[in-house]
Design a protein around this ligand. Structure first.
Ligand SMILES: Cc1ncc(COP(=O)(O)O)c(C=O)c1O
Length: 391
């Protein structure tokens, strides 16, 4: 172990750089090599450190140590994507179990759980998790196996009172899960707020460079960790060595990147809030955000996602998002480059129109992932796109 990591109470930047990394015993290299190998020799049958790439790989461990340390968790499991993390987690449930989901959530979660896993007898119930009385009432029926939250939500950036949700779930005997992709452990640590499991799409902020797809699951519960790693091996949800290498590299700058994402997002949101062509800006850091007080209490930063509704019809909104010169029109989020998308037409388009309407997702909502470019260039870009499209 590096002498630095033997110390306790290291800051997040030191942790992000050093956790899990030891100089190579043969070469002294301070960066782990990519273990591009699927099978390992055994000195005698059944005696091994590593056996086969689907169950383990030398690149797993340094990465998992870093992910666990950043999230303040005892265990982390790295998997091939955010939806692979959701797949591993849902194996804690069995046919007939009921799972509470928020009304606003990532479209791929809806597709995986409601549209796919319902086929196997799991029952998903969407509920507005801002309404704690409603959640408590539903949990009090005593038949909920899991409460699955996202906060901030994708794409409405709703904030849920995580400490309260975790304690309600615990009192009802339900497993609590939080998708922490939007906040990252730099802004929010749901395990410390009482959640049992945290998951991430590491394809976003954790990786940070739009060059990998990955996922992670963190927990302090050894049995749950054992179950998700069993699912990883059994279903084939393992990460590939090159992506693990890139993810470990990306993590080193996570704290630094998040500082810039947040300061850019705040300036971007404040600018758009004053723009005459803008109807509404949704950013948890703004005082106008309906759950700003909860965000201030449970988050140490507000991350880099900003949602906006323009005072224009849908066609003009589509023209605006197609007219940027620095910001790229694309799905995904959380990388160094700024991205923009219209969730109802893109990432959340798989949610049926009537369900989107019932859950309050407007067709014209625009979601920005504010990158780490120079903020003046981002503001100039949004201004020129609006000027070009709005008469
Ligand atoms: C909040 C959230 N969770 C999970 C995922 C799924 O992650 P992945 O694309 O890595 O499977 C996404 C993808 O956009 C997301 O936005």
């Amino acid at each position: 172990m590096l002498r630095a990591m033997a110390k306790t109470n290291l800051g997040p930047a030191t942790t992000a750089i050093h956790a899990g990394i030891e100089p190579n015993p043969v070469t002294g290299a301070i960066v782990d090599p990519i273990s591009q190998c699927s099978v390992y020799a055994q000195p005698s049958p059944g005696e091994f450190k590593y056996d086969y790439g689907r169950s383990m790989n030398p690149n797993f461990y340094p990465l998992e140590k870093a992910l666990a340390a950043l999230e303040g968790a005892e265990h982390a499991a790295v998997v091939s994507s955010g939806v692979a993390a959701m797949t591993a987690i849902i194996t804690l449930c069995k046919a007939g179990d009921k799972i509470l989901l928020p009304k606003d959530l990532y479209g791929g979660t809806y597709r995986l759980y409601v549209q796919l896993f319902s086929q196997f007898g799991l029952k998903f119930i969407q509920i507005d998790m801002r309404d704690l009385d409603g959640v408590e009432k539903r949990l009090s029926q005593g038949d909920i196996k899991m409460l699955y939250a996202e906060s901030p939500t994708n794409p409405l950036l709703q904030i849920y009172d995580l400490e309260k949700l975790a304690s309600l779930a615990k009192a009802a005997g339900a497993v609590s899960v939080c998708d922490n992709t939007f906040a990252t452990p730099m802004c929010q640590r749901p395990l410390q707020l009482g959640f049992d499991l945290v998951l991430h799409s590491a394809s976003k902020y954790l990786g940070g460079h739009s060059d990998i797809v990955g996922g992670a699951i963190m927990t302090n519960d050894k049995d749950m960790h054992t179950q998700v790693t069993f699912a990883r091996k059994s279903i084939g949800l393992h990460h590939d060595p090159l992506s693990m290498f890139l993810l470990r590299r990306g993590l080193k700058t996570l704290p630094l990147r998040m500082e810039r994402h947040q300061s850019n997002a705040m300036k971007f949101a404040q600018h758009l809030e004053k723009h005459p062509a803008v109807e509404q800006v949704i950013y948890p850091g703004l005082e106008s955000h309906p759950q700003h007080d909860i965000a201030k209490r449970q988050m140490s930063g507000f991350s880099g996602m900003v949602s906006v509704i323009f005072k224009t019809d849908l066609d003009t909104t589509k023209k605006i998002v197609s007219s940027f010169e620095v910001i790229t029109l694309a799905e995904s989020l959380g990388a160094v480059e700024s991205l923009v998308q219209i969730p109802a037409s893109m990432s959340n388009q798989k949610i049926p129109e009537e369900v989107r309407a019932e859950n309050g997702l407007p067709d014209g909502l625009v979601r920005f992932s504010v990158g780490i470019e120079d903020i003046d260039d981002l503001i100039a870009d949004v201004d020129q796109a609006i000027a070009a499209c709005v008469p």
